[in-house]
Design a protein around this ligand. Structure first.
Ligand SMILES: C[S@@+](CC[C@H](N)C(=O)[O-])C[C@H]1O[C@@H](n2cnc3c(N)ncnc32)[C@H](O)[C@@H]1O
Length: 200
């Protein structure tokens, strides 16, 4: 889906970001331990791509991490800046990163690539690899399933990516998958990957 259409969907008044995502991370958030322990092992600055309301950016900044957010939906960037005024949120898409000379030791893509199908994900992963330091680390969550297929999502169509397919796409982009988790009873999955040197 074109980024303009996607931003329009996330800017729409029909989507309530505070209800769907929240603006801060609660003490009992089930993803907290995973994201915090991943961030604790990042040796340098982190970019939270598709930062949405900035809930994870703000949370990790409060824990002392060097982190910035990137988000294309104007309404969400404004909400993130309002809620987490000491954190930098860039207004833009992952594709816009191609103009940036900056490199990141960690990239967090928490359900941010879920709206990308096979026509979009490969180029997006290549853009992320280009702004990752060599040996930089990626943590991404996504929807998985036995087949690559579109699925309904409260904001706009998302995709289920089978683990072998997404692993292949990451490897093709220059990442080496270091860990992945998917329980076939649920659609939710996550993986970690390292930016490999040899594929550049
Ligand atoms: C399901 S929300 C997740 C938001 C946030 N990561 C979180 O966990 O709260 C998906 C987010 O990814 C953003 N997004 C989608 N496509 C993007 C792209 N090409 N570049 C940057 N952000 C994107 C959307 O605007 C939206 O804020």
């Amino acid at each position: 889906m074109a980024t303009d259409d996607l931003s329009q969907a996330y800017n729409s008044p029909n989507f309530d970001p505070e209800a769907l995502l929240g603006t801060i991370i609660s003490a009992d958030d089930p993803d907290r331990a995973l994201i915090e322990s991943w961030a604790a092992n990042v040796d340098g600055a982190i970019l939270d791509v598709g930062s949405g309301t900035g809930r994870w950016t703000g949370h990790l900044a409060n824990l002392g991490h060097r982190i910035e957010g990137l988000e294309p939906a104007t309404r969400l960037v404004e909400l993130a800046r309002q809620t987490h005024p000491s954190v930098t949120f860039h207004h833009g898409t992952i594709a816009d990163l191609s103009d940036s000379p900056k490199r990141w030791a960690g990239i967090l893509a928490w359900y941010s690539l879920i709206h990308m199908g096979p026509d979009e994900l490969p180029a997006t992963l290549a853009s992320l690899r280009a702004v990752a330091e060599d040996d930089g680390v990626l943590l991404m969550s996504f929807f998985s399933g036995p087949r690559l297929e579109p699925v309904q999502h409260p904001v706009v169509t998302a995709y289920r990516w089978p683990l072998p397919d997404i692993t292949q796409a990451l490897e093709h982009a220059g990442f080496e998958v270091t860990d992945s988790h998917w329980d076939p009873r649920f659609p939710h999955a996550y993986l970690t990957a390292e930016a490999s040197k040899q594929n550049l």
